[in-house]
Design a protein around this ligand. Structure first.
Ligand code: AMP
Length: 280
């Protein structure tokens, strides 16, 4: 196995990138890596001759009252996991590299970024789209890998990639879950043992709604109520939103006819978790 090379500055990144064979696959992350991230790196390794991963906790995508300061970090562990997954190059820029003094250019996606996470987290997708555009410009990959866990993020990035003519194929990979169904997330590390147990209600609620849909229930409000009813039954959980939306437009549905995205955000204690299933 070839050694992982780690770079921080833009100049080092560009030099190391030049030396990689095409096609190059790119996996952007915020670190504190788990099996979900690593599944993206493995997929990139299978499909590409060169693999680049980035680790950057992007301040621009956190709101003022969100968890930027306490977001979990463990760079040495992350780098050894990336090396074991066969990644060639890790880019770990600092906030000063990404947002030098005087920075004032932003990428905004209108329609797809407005509902759901966009409505609850003003400015979040502006931060995401801007940093991903910058990462894409610097890494210049042929393919980039994202997780279905963040379904709206994947939709926003796909739209931005097309709209800004990035010659990059966006690959969306399945959500990796713990044995009890909880979607893997760096934020799961915030949960106390009781909260960790309570958080399994998210997967159970999504599964119950999917079972109802598989049994012929097509009324979107009924499906949303299946989810919210189960979440309300868990004392440690508080529903922020539940959505049953058209998969492509993310507009709320009355009736599920084609592909739909059933998604939600739930507070378990103080930790905000998101998850989704695709229906139809
Ligand atoms: P993050 O570090 O949270 O920004 O995530 C980096 C990438 O990993 C994003 O494309 C996420 O959608 C993806 N990801 C995070 N958790 C999972 C998971 N449980 N399964 C699959 N992909 C994931």
């Amino acid at each position: 196995m070839a050694a992982l090379r780690t770079v921080t500055t833009l100049q080092e990144l560009r030099q190391a990138r030049e030396a990689l064979p095409a096609p190059v696959g790119f996996v952007p992350t915020m670190g504190y890596l788990h099996e979900g991230h690593i599944s993206l790196a493995r997929r990139a390794r299978q499909e590409c001759a060169g693999v680049v991963a980035s680790i950057f906790v992007n301040p621009a995508q956190f709101g003022p009252n969100e968890d930027l300061a306490k977001y979990p970090r463990d760079l040495p562990r992350d780098l050894s996991l990336l090396e074991a997954a066969g990644v060639d190059l890790a880019w770990t820029p600092t906030p000063e590299v990404m947002y030098p003094p005087g920075f004032q250019t932003w990428v905004t996606v209108d329609g797809l970024a407005a509902p759901l996470e966009g409505a609850q987290r003003p400015g979040h997708f502006r931060g995401v789209a801007t940093v991903v555009a910058k990462l894409f410009n610097a890494v210049a990959p042929q393919k980039a890998y994202f997780g279905q866990k963040d379904a709206q993020q994947a939709a926003v990035i796909r739209r931005m990639t097309g709209d800004l003519d990035f010659p990059i194929e966006i690959v969306v990979c399945p959500t990796v879950r713990e044995a009890d169904g909880l979607a893997m997330s760096s934020r799961n590390s915030y949960l106390s043992p009781d909260e960790r147990q309570a958080a399994t209600v998210i997967f159970r609620a999504l599964s119950a709604a999917k079972a109802a849909c598989d049994n012929g229930e097509r009324d979107a409000e009924t499906l949303r109520r299946v989810v919210s009813g189960m979440i309300e039954g868990e004392p440690l959980a508080r529903m922020q939103y539940v959505s049953c939306a058209d998969y492509d437009t993310l507009e709320e549905l009355q009736t599920v006819t084609g592909k739909a995205l059933l998604s939600m955000a739930v507070f378990v204690g103080k930790t905000r978790l998101i998850d989704n299933f695709v229906l139809g």
